[in-house]
Design a binder for this molecule. Structure first.
Ligand SMILES: [Zn+2]
Length: 93
């Protein structure tokens, strides 16, 4: 009679205060609310490991106002701006 009860792995809990994280702002319309959408990539039979053409669904975030897709490069820029302080107000004349 073996009792192989596996203990759940101890996960170190890192406290993250959401309010301290830089918020992504849509570079096109300054909106801060985004929705999830699906991008479809076509994998042709020539490069597919299975030898068949396949559809690959990629989750992406799009601006809920103007529909602009959030790119990784945008997020890095946002994070940089956020860590530099609150100087991200651009005045346009
Ligand atoms: Zn937008």
């Amino acid at each position: 009679m073996s009792n192989n009860k596996q203990k759940p792995p101890v996960t170190s809990k890192i406290k993250i205060d959401i309010n301290n994280l830089p918020m992504h702002i849509c570079p096109a319309c300054s909106n801060t609310v985004f929705s999830e959408a699906t991008e479809i990539r076509l994998l042709s039979a020539i490069v597919s490991p299975s030898g068949k053409s396949e559809i690959i669904k990629v989750p992406v975030a799009i601006c809920s106002l103007c529909g602009k897709k959030v790119m990784n490069s945008d997020l890095e820029e946002s994070a940089l701006r956020g860590s530099r302080g609150e100087n991200n107000v651009i005045l346009q004349s």
